[in-house]
Ligand binder design. Sequence first.
Ligand SMILES: Cc1cc2nc3c(=O)[nH]c(=O)nc-3n(C[C@H](O)[C@H](O)[C@H](O)COP(=O)(O)OP(=O)(O)OC[C@H]3O[C@@H](n4cnc5c(N)ncnc54)[C@H](O)[C@@H]3O)c2cc1C
Length: 361
Amino acid sequence: MSRSAIVIGAGLCGLVVAHELAAAGIAVVVLDKGRSPGGRLATRREGEARWDHGAQFLTARDPRFCSMVDGWLAEGVVAEWCRGFGGTSDGHPRLRGVPGMSAIGRRLARGLDVRTGTRVGSVATVDGPVPPGSEPIGSVAARPGERRWRVELDGVAGSEPAPGTGDAQGSARALEADAVVLTSPVPQSLALLDAGRVVLDEPDRAALERVSYDPCIAVLAELERTSALPPPGALEPGTGPIGWIADNLAKRVSPVPTATIHATARWSAERFERDRDESARELLRAAEPLLRSPVRGFRVHGWRYARPAVLHDGPVRIARGLPPLALAGDAFVAPRVEGAALSGLAAAAALLETLSSGRPS
Ligand SMILES: Cc1cc2nc3c(=O)[nH]c(=O)nc-3n(C[C@H](O)[C@H](O)[C@H](O)COP(=O)(O)OP(=O)(O)OC[C@H]3O[C@@H](n4cnc5c(N)ncnc54)[C@H](O)[C@@H]3O)c2cc1C
């Protein structure tokens, strides 16, 4: 049985995978380029102002995700926000992070070796002894004859380790482990494998290349006063460029009035490569009748891979003909928070089975 894994991405999927593998006795390290864990479960903070600028709420239907969410509810990591928007209720709870959506990632990262601010540049298979500057995860160094994974960190490949630091955490140029789980959006995962010259089996590659995502341009506005959005402080307008608009004060994310505005997928795709400030001003103009508050300032964020549009067929992909490699994420189940968690569970289960069956590399 192999004993170590590197999980790329500390979004919900990666964190769920890491918990499951760690619980099964696998040594796990999670790497993420972001400043904090959570991925698209993101809360931006500037001074007193706060914005949930990625996922706005979560819903739970599958019993496995419901039991995860029940634990978060009991701990106060999430709370019920509402049961519908625009004055309607469908009776189904929408949950928010407390105080913001990033609380979920922070909670799940606890007790795990999660290294944020760590951008992966390539993922490759190697054999032979672990070279200086590479950090072996778990017992991988004890079995140098087997093929395994090397994950090179971006910007440090080829550079010398800091004097006297050897391959200690924080200074390593690469990490090595028996298994890798890629939970970054699929096009980014494929690019990491290409950079490491990993040749995927043709059906694996074709299935992964079919996955696609819609982008989203998000405007984070600081308001002069509370918006005019009706309770619970959010709307899906349904016409025009705005797909979603929320008041973070009414949602109790921010102690001062702020609004998050998400453009529709189509509008975002048309303008994604254009001047962002111009797009933001256009969205703010469209939002005026809903906010009815002067805007003190704004930031704009582009989510290139906001929501999967074409999903992978199946909750995880275990690559054939390679050391244990799983690809997972919301695009493997459903374009929402719950989908990411369920894919994480499926990836961990499939990987544990692969590891214990000793499937050849
Ligand atoms: C604008 C927006 C609104 C949304 N609204 C909702 C909603 O209201 N309800 C809902 O249920 N869902 C919503 N979603 C979808 C939800 O956020 C996602 O389904 C879910 O968070 C995806 O989790 P994940 O772990 O699969 O991916 P991610 O959270 O994207 O995690 C992938 C991680 O990989 C990391 N990564 C990528 N490349 C590298 C690299 N080279 N090196 C290191 N790390 C890397 C990234 O930094 C990221 O943290 C929304 C998403 C967006 C963007």
